[in-house]
Write a protein that binds this ligand. Structure first.
Ligand SMILES: NC(=O)c1ccc[n+]([C@@H]2O[C@H](COP(=O)([O-])OP(=O)(O)OC[C@H]3O[C@@H](n4cnc5c(N)ncnc54)[C@H](OP(=O)(O)O)[C@@H]3O)[C@@H](O)[C@H]2O)c1
Length: 343
């Protein structure tokens, strides 16, 4: 039976750290109601439901969740290696999707999830949550106004020391369950490259190393990229770094430059003598409670209610994952130039 007041029924599947931040945002949305919480272990789902005093059913499996007619949206917050399979099952059952990144760990999974969601015609958002960060909104607005002219060079870096203190360490550090540095973490930076330029990456060449040996894969990656439109750029991800979380953004255009929240624009600010600083909220914390999940979740609900696809849908995020997977292939081939397949 559907919910009263046409509210959308939400199922949280995977009751760990990020799920707490998602729940805190879902309960603020007036058009949605959490009707189900589930996880690999019943106790985790129970703990999460109790933490937020949710009147939700504690299902024991995704099959049970998908058999529950009240569920309109499945929010997949389990570990990396279960996202694609669970996303395909939810889409085939006709459910809209909020799916944590990475949505897939291989080209085959990436394609299969994209195709299943397209076939089902459901709405989806992949949780590249920085797209809703206020600095990103400022940068998009300045770029759309032509403030920088044509972008010819772009850098985005994700530097975040992640070790065994992370709640998801058990699954995150192995190849089969975490994937790679790019899939675990660097995908945020690659997504920002695509989102800010509005262009697709055509070619990559990458190298990697390790200093601590904590992961089954190399923890530090740098990749040069070339965009279809001709711009060049660089992205790096450092999981071994010793410093506070940092998400660096540099955008160089023919008529101006942005370095994080600092603007140099003779066009907009004639006579400028020093960098102008944008007073906004920066992407400067790895704490999930700092991330703008409220806005991401409001956006998904808005897309469903107004029957439109998100800019951050599975179909769009497919391309971010193709770039990450191409970077991993380049590393495996000793830094070879790899074409990014967008089909
Ligand atoms: N967008 C972002 O900025 C952001 C930030 C952080 C994390 N993430 C992503 O969010 C996902 C979860 O990360 P996290 O930090 O919350 O990790 P986490 O703390 O380990 O939580 C994941 C939870 O999933 C449950 N689980 C394990 N296997 C499962 C399965 N097969 N089906 C359903 N649930 C299962 C586990 O609970 P039990 O085994 O106890 O049931 C675990 O507590 C990851 O993919 C991560 O990359 C995204």
């Amino acid at each position: 039976m559907k919910l009263k007041d046409h509210k959308l029924g939400v199922a949280i599947h995977g009751a760990g750290s990020v799920a707490q931040a998602h729940v805190a945002s879902w309960i603020k949305n007036p058009y949605a109601e959490i009707v189900s919480v589930s996880s690999r272990h019943h106790e985790s789902a129970q703990r999460l439901a109790e933490q937020f005093d949710l009147k939700a059913t504690l299902h024991e499996s995704l099959d049970q969740v998908l058999a529950d007619e009240r569920v309109d949206i499945v929010d997949l917050t389990g570990p990396n290696h279960v996202h694609a399979e669970q996303g395909i099952a939810a889409a085939e059952a006709g459910r809209h999707l909020l799916i944590e990144k990475p949505m897939a760990l291989s080209p085959g999974e990436n394609r299969a999830l994209r195709d299943a969601v397209a076939k089902a015609g459901v709405k989806s958002v992949v949780s590249f949550v920085l797209r809703w960060n206020p600095l990103f909104a400022n940068l998009k607005s300045l770029l759309a106004a032509g403030t920088l002219g044509d972008l010819f060079y772009v850098e985005v870096d994700y530097w975040h020391g992640i070790d065994a203190c992370y709640s998801g360490w058990e699954w995150a550090h192995t190849r089969t369950t975490g994937g790679s540095t790019m899939l675990l973490a660097g995908c945020h930076a690659v997504d920002a490259l695509r989102w800010l330029t509005g262009d697709e990456v055509a070619q990559v060449s990458a190298m990697s190393n390790n200093t601590k040996g904590l992961y089954e894969y190399d923890a530090n990656v740098v990749a040069t990229v070339k965009f279809q439109g001709g711009a060049i750029g660089k992205t790096s991800t450092l999981l071994d770094c010793e410093m506070p979380y940092s998400f660096n953004i540099d955008l160089a255009g023919t008529e101006g430059t942005l370095r994080d929240n600092r603007l140099w624009s003779p066009k907009l600010l004639p006579g400028q003598r020093d960098w102008a600083t944008l007073p906004t909220i920066m992407p400067d914390s790895g704490d999930v409670h700092h991330h703008p999940f409220d806005a991401e979740i409001d956006h998904l609900v808005d897309c469903i209610r107004n029957n439109r696809q998100s800019h951050c849908s599975v179909a769009d995020a497919y391309h971010t994952h193709q770039v990450c997977l191409a970077i991993d292939r380049s590393i495996a081939a000793g830094g070879a130039l790899v074409e990014v397949s967008s089909v």
